[in-house]
Design a protein around this ligand. Structure first.
Ligand SMILES: O=C(O)c1ccccc1N[C@@H]1O[C@H](COP(=O)(O)O)[C@@H](O)[C@H]1O
Length: 213
């Protein structure tokens, strides 16, 4: 019987990869609009890729402290279902982004220790979803680094909005991560790449199979 766990594959660049990820069972596909990322796409690339997503697969734009001009460009150019905010956006900015784009907002929160959990409670009051992710190492990208955190910190924690677990998930560890956290949604990027920034459909299939195992 299917697990009902919904998986997001982040950092897709081509229509072919979107189609393959959807066919393998992904329920969200993510496009990275952050120039420093090896997964960054242009508006035109994201548009082509997003148009390949079948109904039922949510198309997510990942942005980091975006200004209004970038948001407008993305929303005008790409058919989308959600905005993922992966920077230091405040509660006020989240509300602005939602009203400006007309899209639900998923806010990422970096977790390293118990003290970071309070932010999740605060953001759950304003965001439509939470992305619970490893805190980025110093000097690294704000996300997509393949690093994980102590999942037991989330044990027994619940929020009033849906949430997604991310950070260093792999086909080998995702089962344990789900068991320890109770996550019903998971997000992966690094572990489904053959080299940094280049997705591999075999690895995507292996990850989705591990989620279902
Ligand atoms: O993927 C990126 O390049 C990226 C850049 C800037 C912010 C976030 C980014 N990715 C997100 O990071 C997490 C974890 O990814 P990983 O599996 O540990 O590589 C995931 O939510 C991506 O959406």
């Amino acid at each position: 019987m299917p697990s009902g766990i919904r998986t997001k594959i982040c950092g897709l660049k081509t229509p072919e990869m979107v189609e393959a990820a959807a066919e393998a069972g992904a329920r969200y596909v993510g496009f990275v609009f952050f120039p420093k990322s090896p997964r960054a796409v242009s508006i035109a690339e994201a548009q082509k890729a997003a148009l390949a997503a079948p109904p039922g697969v949510a198309k997510v734009a990942l942005v980091v402290d975006p200004d209004d001009a970038l948001l407008d460009e993305i929303v005008e150019g790409v058919p989308l279902d959600m905005i993922q905010l992966h920077g230091k956006e405040t509660a006020e900015r989240i509300a602005e982004v939602r009203s400006r784009t007309g899209l639900p907002v998923m806010k990422s929160v970096g977790i390293e220790s118990e003290g970071d959990l309070a932010s999740l409670d605060a953001y759950s009051q304003v965001a439509d979803q939470l992305l619970v992710e490893a805190k980025a190492p110093k000097g690294a990208l704000p996300g997509g680094n393949g690093t994980s955190f102590d999942w037991s910190l989330l044990s027994g924690r619940r929020w009033s909005v849906p949430w997604m677990l991310a950070g260093g998930l792999t086909a080998e560890n995702v089962g344990e991560a789900i068991r320890l956290t109770g996550a019903r949604q998971v997000d992966v990027s690094s572990a489904v790449e053959r080299s940094r920034g280049e997705k591999d459909i075999g690895l995507i299939r292996d990850f989705l199979a591990a989620v279902e195992a």
